[in-house]
Design a protein around this ligand. Sequence first.
Ligand code: GH3
Ligand code: MG
Ligand code: MG
Ligand code: MG
Length: 311
Amino acid sequence: FVKPVRAIELVDTLDGMTSRNEPEPYRILVVDDEPEVAEYHSLILEEAGMITSLLHEPSGILDALAAFRPDLVLMDMYMPKCTGRDLSRLIRQIPDFISLPIVFLSSETNKVTQVSAMRVGAEAFLTKPIQPEDLISAVAIRAERMRTLRSLMVRDGLTGLFNHTFIAQYLETSLAAARRENGKLCVVMIDVDLFKSVNDTYGHPAGDQVLVALARLLQQRLRTNDLIGRYGGEEFVIIMQNVSLKESLTIVNGLREDFARLKFQCGDQFFSCTFSGGIARFPEIAGDRLMEAADKALYEAKQTGRNRIEL
Ligand code: GH3
Ligand code: MG
Ligand code: MG
Ligand code: MG
């Protein structure tokens, strides 16, 4: 029988979570060949707190999706050169956009035409003219569901941090941007020391609580634009933009000390944990070897005594 563990000194510092947890406004791509119509709908959505981007020329759809990353596409049906239906079919062929909600907004009232348009993978068919509140709720409900779905796909269930799949994706995108813009990128690999013995001594649920506490500490102390992920088991990854190796080392050593100071309570026993870390930076290390280099540095830290960070 394992009593619940708690991180004693963490409790009072965990209030007032950072801006990390504030919901971001929904991003809606409005596709309509008539600029005034697009602007009218966009205005309604923006007044409701959403961010919109307008597209009048259907052929720009894929670029617009890649650049704007919408939560939902509000799509006109009849446009010169192609229909909303053609456009939806095109969007659905891109793996990244397979579950992106597409909502038609058209003057088409023929139900048969509407149903056939939806068959290519649209979520709903709204008809113009539409009441602002009807438009807002139809869009908000579906954008919200998209957000939930996305978050389930990219987050780790235990800690709420980004998962392995997302980290890999994010690293690839950030590397591409860094190559374009001469940016720097630090990858930090963190691994809890002798974690197996925490599980063996205090039980698996206690081990879980240690992982959650570490995740909270990282979320709380790092900047909003640092990506924090759980790479696997008791391994975490941080990706920092535009910091020097020296700066990142100072930051991670600070985290290491903070974590080592946490006291966990399991029944009437108290214990602490430490972690080791390895850091590698782009462009000093080639992008495709960045993870491997951070992992190698981490291995070095383990070999040389643990509770330390290596470059
Ligand atoms: P080292 O300092 O060399 O990293 O030693 P270690 O014991 O931490 O390393 P090892 O890789 O041998 O053990 C990792 C342990 O982490 C084994 C596994 O049971 C445990 N673990 C992995 N994921 C979880 C989890 O989600 N919850 C808990 N409680 N334990 C986990
Ligand atoms: Mg039109
Ligand atoms: Mg490990
Ligand atoms: Mg370990």
